[in-house]
Design a protein around this ligand. Structure first.
Ligand code: CS2
Length: 485
């Protein structure tokens, strides 16, 4: 079957939405690092909206920092892909035209540096996952023992890390008399903008303190909160869509109707009229980000481990169980007291909306997908909440069950005794800790400073609560434990 391309657009069925602007006139105003499914279903859609509104400055050049997979999906399709929005039995198809090309950074690091240094590029967005920032998740300090980062600290001639690429390009922009771009981290980490800025400044400082001072004075690294549930695309999804389109689309993404993007109103230069596009610009992103991380993502991770251990494949199947719903509500009751909701956020309504989003059966969002990289996610999703609750003298029963489920997951064997691969940068370390009875395991995990801060590791209450739940999970399994909760 032919692939989706510019020429195929004219032949698509009438109910498929098309870009509607002349793609050849679009300038590249955005470089995106980490052009995975989340970017294609989130930021790229807003840039496509900007292009559709007639502002043709915001085409996106994508870059993959590791593999050539996305290049293989998008390059033969002129950068085009379908955004499938699924809600119950409704499916809407829209072709996104914003992505103009994909660079594979390891193949030609210089090409990405030059692209980032282009004078038309005003925004750099990033979805490189938690681990891509090369920062310790607990302390936020640069991971100087990371091999790629060490290479970038040594030389930026052929960068390997995202902070390395940004720093190398900013050095060229400065030499050329161009302003810096605005760098927008779109990953689910607290203070994402501050962290990205810290990583870039530390690298710049190591190479050229004047460059670091210039970036500090002129650069912009706004904080952001991003939200849209984007399950991984499956071969069946591609086959079904291709049958509908009459051409094959290997770069399609599927998602829910909901989307939200909150950006700190701090830019180094031009940007689309974000407010007109429905992006929220605000002075303070932290309260939005905290609510999202602790409510949505906290519940996601807890359900991923409990559901995954019980052999439940999808999130909508987890929340089809009344005991799981009670557990999530209890987790939210605990998290809610630690939040300072921003003006405009009604937490009760937000919780109802989240539960309905989780229950969307058309999404097919895998527990296994969310379970990935737990060591990078737990601190901001569950542990920060636990620490805040303990500081306030409040209980942590539901959070402790979520944490115990993560520990139990690191053992790599589910409740039916089936072995699985733990997908996590710390998997080898945590596998060695996940042996013995509950007390032994909790003792071992609490010394893992990359995940558990002293505040929690040193709390007898926290240890006791996690140990009690882990003991139950080990002896009775996740479903019986949930039923008892
Ligand atoms: C999920 C998130 O995979 C995960 O860890 O919790 O990707 C989640 O779907 C998004 O943050 C929703 O905005």
């Amino acid at each position: 079957m032919d692939r989706l391309t510019d020429t195929a657009l004219a032949h698509l069925a009438a109910d498929v939405e098309r870009p509607g602007y002349g793609r050849s006139a679009v300038k590249t105003g955005v470089v995106h690092l980490g052009v995975g499914a989340f970017h294609r279903a989130h930021q790229a859609v807003w840039f496509d909206d900007a292009l559709r509104s007639g502002d043709l400055r915001w085409g996106v050049l994508g870059a993959s920092l590791r593999s050539a997979d996305v290049h293989g999906q998008l390059a033969p399709q002129d950068g085009l892909y379908t955004l499938l929005v699924r809600d119950g039995d409704q499916t809407q198809a829209r072709i996104i035209g914003a992505v103009q090309g994909v660079l594979v950074a390891p193949r030609d690091p210089g090409a990405l540096v030059q692209a980032l240094a282009d004078e038309d590029v005003h925004l750099v967005t990033l979805t490189i996952t938690e681990k891509g920032y090369k920062l310790d998740p607990v302390t936020g300090r640069l991971l100087t023992d990371d091999l790629d980062l060490a290479a970038d600290l040594e030389s930026l001639a052929a960068p390997r890390t995202a902070p390395g690429f940004l720093t190398a390009a900013l050095a060229i922009r400065r030499t050329r008399g161009l302003p810096p771009f605005t760098a927008i981290s779109c990953d689910n980490i607290p203070e994402n903008g501050k962290r990205l800025r810290a990583a870039v400044l530390a690298l710049a400082e190591a190479h050229d303190p004047d460059l670091a001072a210039w970036i500090a004075a002129n650069g912009a690294f706004p904080q952001t909160m991003v939200d849209r549930i984007v399950p991984a695309t499956t071969p069946d999804d591609i086959a079904a869509l291709s049958a509908r389109l009459g051409v094959e689309d290997r770069a399609m993404v599927k998602t829910e109707p909901f989307r939200q993007w909150v950006i700190e109103d701090r830019f180094a230069g031009p940007r689309p009229d974000f407010a007109a596009l429905g992006v929220q610009l605000t002075a303070e992103v932290a309260p939005w980000e905290e609510a999202k991380l602790r409510l949505l993502n906290g519940a996601h991770s807890a359900m991923a481990y409990l559901g995954g251990l019980a052999g439940i494949d999808f999130i909508h199947q987890v929340v089809a169980r009344p005991d799981a719903v009670s557990f999530v509500e209890a987790l939210w009751d605990e998290a809610q007291t630690t939040l300072t909701p921003p003006p405009g956020l009604d937490v009760a309504a937000y919780r109802r909306e989240l539960m309905a989003r989780f229950a969307n059966p058309a999404l097919q969002h895998r527990t296994r997908q969310i379970a990935m990289d737990g060591s990078q996610k737990l601190p901001q999703r569950l542990l920060a909440t636990a620490a805040a609750r303990l500081d306030a003298g409040q209980g942590i029963d539901a959070i402790a069950l979520g944490v115990a489920a993560w520990i139990r997951w690191q053992g790599g064997v589910d409740d039916a005794g089936a072995a699985f691969q733990v997908d996590d940068p710390l998997a080898a370390t945590t596998a060695a800790l996940a042996v013995g009875d509950a007390t032994t395991q909790v003792d071992a995990f609490m010394s893992l400073r990359a995940v558990f801060p002293e505040r929690l590791a040193g709390s007898p209450e926290f240890r006791a609560a996690v140990t009690a739940w882990l003991d139950k999970l080990l002896s009775d399994g996740a479903l019986a434990t949930l039923a008892q909760f």
